[in-house]
Design a protein around this ligand. Structure first.
Ligand SMILES: [Zn+2]
Ligand SMILES: [Zn+2]
Ligand SMILES: [Zn+2]
Ligand SMILES: [Zn+2]
Ligand SMILES: [Zn+2]
Ligand SMILES: [Zn+2]
Length: 402
């Protein structure tokens, strides 16, 4: 998945506001976790520094991915009751079902039934029904126990034992650094150079296309769906009727298709076209719910909806119900102090973060870094001041009590 530049600059602007944004809080906590929690005496100097822009990037990527994949998903129920969902995020558990057993579990099960297990994320798959706790497992599913022994219609491949591409590597592969792309037909993931040895990973135009909104059909699948070839065209956006293009011939040296943006909308839905797709067992291509973009949009809009609900009064109400009126005031007091402190802390790095976006273009390529010591000092100071304030408050209370 790629992030677009407009979105990035938008987010950078928000960060420049005077107060501490939610993202800064998250980043600060991450920073604290990573650095303060890391004080195990290891003296490797490469551990000492994390650049601000690296951290922002990491945080943004993670948050964006989470929102896109999980935004509208239920973390606490098993999707088994919904049958073969058109699309869902899936995992495998190598602890419960080691190779050669092939089984997939839903998001809810990954969270509730396989805590601490070795999980592999499979991104999203079509028409799959959760296997958790069925005959492939020894442990029962904690969310929905009454499953059939097997889900007959699930289609498994090597992904379900944690291997990807023609090279049969785990992800990430310790041997191959190249990015992987998912085939829209077989849904396996591939290094493009393993599909087409002439594929130039350094070709920026090509990379942009690969990471754009189109879809890839791998070399194993193009022979099954040769009729999709006209949907590669970026200039001709007319509807393609497969029945009018009987000769489906694919050039010999063609190793993959790169279907252009909104290619699904261009598929003709006449009876003959549907018959052709049914023959090729790919009629899901005209199901909007099969479309990853639709899935992602649904997740993102849910996240937005939730964010809009989290207004300040809503947060205040939640705090009061959790801690009582007086407790809520103390919590808010502490949070506000922490916010002020962090705003000052981040102020020091603001110029650097603004530069972070452009640092790759900068000939000097220098970045100020946030060090472990900076963060230790910052949180140490905040902690001290908080303790002092608390002590004063306790004193006041005791004083008034006498
Ligand atoms: Zn499940
Ligand atoms: Zn497990
Ligand atoms: Zn389960
Ligand atoms: Zn490969
Ligand atoms: Zn494929
Ligand atoms: Zn047609």
């Amino acid at each position: 998945m790629s992030s677009n530049d407009a979105g990035n600059s938008d987010r950078m602007e928000k960060k420049e506001a005077n107060g501490l944004t939610e993202k800064q809080s998250t980043i600060a906590m991450k920073l604290a976790e990573r650095l303060v929690g890391q004080s195990d005496g290891s003296q490797d100097p490469t551990d000492e520094v994390i650049t601000w822009s690296e951290l922002v990037k990491e945080e943004e990527d993670e948050k964006e991915k989470d929102a896109a994949l999980y935004g509208a998903q239920d973390f606490n129920s098993c999707t088994y009751t919904q049958g073969y969902l058109p699309r869902q995020t899936l995992f495998i558990c190598l602890t419960c079902t080691p190779s050669p057993q092939q089984a997939g579990i839903c998001l809810g099960c990954s969270e509730n039934c396989h805590e601490g297990h070795e999980l592999v994320e499979l991104y999203t798959k079509r028409k799959f029904c959760c296997d958790c706790g069925n005959s492939k497992f020894t442990a029962k599913c904690k969310l929905f126990e009454e499953k059939q022994p097997e889900n007959q219609l699930n289609a498994y491949n090597q992904n379900y034992v944690g291997l990807f591409c023609h090279c049969n590597q785990p992800y990430p592969s310790p041997l191959i650094e190249e990015e992987e792309h998912q085939c829209v037909i077989c849904e396996d993931w591939f290094h493009m150079t393993h599909i087409d040895p002439t594929f130039n990973v350094k070709d920026e135009e090509l990379q942009k296309k690969m990471n754009g909104p189109g879809s890839m059909v791998c070399n194993s699948c193009i022979a099954k769906v040769p009729f999709l070839l006209p949907l590669e065209s970026e200039t001709d956006t007319s509807t393609v009727c497969f029945s009018k293009n009987k000769s489906f011939s694919v050039p010999r040296d063609k190793r993959f298709f790169l279907l252009a943006v909104k290619w699904r909308n261009r598929i003709c839905k006449c009876a003959e076209c549907i018959a052709i797709m049914e023959m090729a067992q790919c009629e899901y291509l005209i199901d909007s719910e099969d479309d990853l973009d639709t899935f992602v949009e649904k997740n993102l809009s849910k996240v937005k909806e939730e964010e809009e609900k989290m207004t300040e009064p809503a947060v205040a109400r939640a705090l009061v119900s959790e801690f009582g009126a007086e407790g809520a005031i103390h919590v808010l007091d502490g949070v506000n102090m922490l916010k002020r402190k962090m705003a000052t802390f981040f102020e020091q790095y603001k110029d650097v973060s603004r530069m972070g976006l452009k640092w790759k273009l900068c000939p000097f390529n220098f970045q100020k870094v946030v060090t472990k010591d900076d963060v230790h000092a910052f949180f140490g100071q905040v902690h001290e001041e908080y303790e002092a304030k608390k002590a004063r408050r306790d004193e006041d209370q005791n004083g008034s009590g006498l």
